[in-house]
Ligand binder design. Structure first.
Ligand code: PGA
Length: 253
């Protein structure tokens, strides 16, 4: 059975006190209310990670994620955070290749491939983001575009290490816009992604791969999105900043 994951991506929001308050509310609600077999991941800003991680430990449902990491292990890269550093504070997952990083920080498919490598080498699990712009969607080349992102960043991996990768399909036109992909659009793309992975790594790995949907996911639309056969959870931005909304999304399964 595929692992179900709902991950909250706080992006650059919340100071430390606000982040710890939000974490405390989420931990309480998850412990009291979440009975299903769902992994709940919190992707907090770097400076929050140690303290947020301390609050998550002790629950087998809650996991800690970073939002990025360097493709280098150490050295003269002022301002960067490395995979070994994240491992040393018991981070579980790291979001890689979010469209905001691709767009504002010019991250390329080749560079993201290196980030995935260094994470896997340090037993950290990448949540690898892919997704097309509105322009690409309107040109109806979205399947080719997303498959190319996956090919260029992930197809050098061994099948064995691919087992630790989680994918997140996030159409850029749906991120923070209030415009969600329809459940059918999400399902169609997730099925195409799974098929692309099966062609390279085999059906068994593709069948076990967790593929999250992200983009204006809310308590109101999560049940329909999550009921699609190839949608295995969500990567939640705006709605993850409100504990009630986030946990209601988690409970949509
Ligand atoms: P959103 O963001 O839920 O605010 O659309 C999703 C994401 O960027 O991961």
């Amino acid at each position: 059975m595929r692992k179900k994951i709902v991950a909250g991506n706080w992006k650059m929001n919340n100071d430390l006190n606000e982040g710890l308050k939000l974490t405390s509310e989420i931990v309480g609600m998850v412990n009291d209310e979440v009975t299903d077999d769902v992994s709940v991941v919190i992707a907090a800003p770097f400076i929050h990670l140690t303290k947020v991680g301390d609050m998550l430990r002790g629950s087998d449902k809650l996991f800690l994620a970073a939002q990025n990491c360097s493709e280098h292990a150490s050295g003269a890269f002022t301002g960067e955070i490395s995979a070994p550093m994240l491992k040393s504070i018991q981070t579980d997952y790291v979001i890689i290749g979010h469209s905001e990083r691709r767009e504002y920080f010019k991250e390329t498919n080749a560079q993201l491939g290196k980030k995935v490598d260094i994470l896997l080498n340090h037993q950290l699990r990448p949540i690898f983001c892919c997704g097309e712009s509105l322009e690409v969607r309107e040109a109806e080349t979205h399947v080719e575009f997303v498959c190319q992102q996956l090919t260029e960043s992930l197809f050098h991996l061994e099948a064995e290490s691919f087992k630790d990768v989680v994918l997140a399909y996030e159409p850029i036109w749906a991120i923070g816009t209030g415009r969600t992909a329809s459940a059918q659009q999400a399902q169609d793309m997730h099925a195409a992604i799974r098929n692309h992975i099966a062609n390279k790594f085999g059906q068994e790995i593709a069948d076990n791969l967790t593929i999250l949907y992200g983009g204006s996911c809310k308590p109101g639309n999560a049940p329909e999105l999550f009921s699609q056969p190839d949608v295995d959870g969500g990567l939640i931005g705006g709605a993850s900043l409100k504990s009630r909304d986030f946990v209601d999304i988690v409970k949509s399964y």
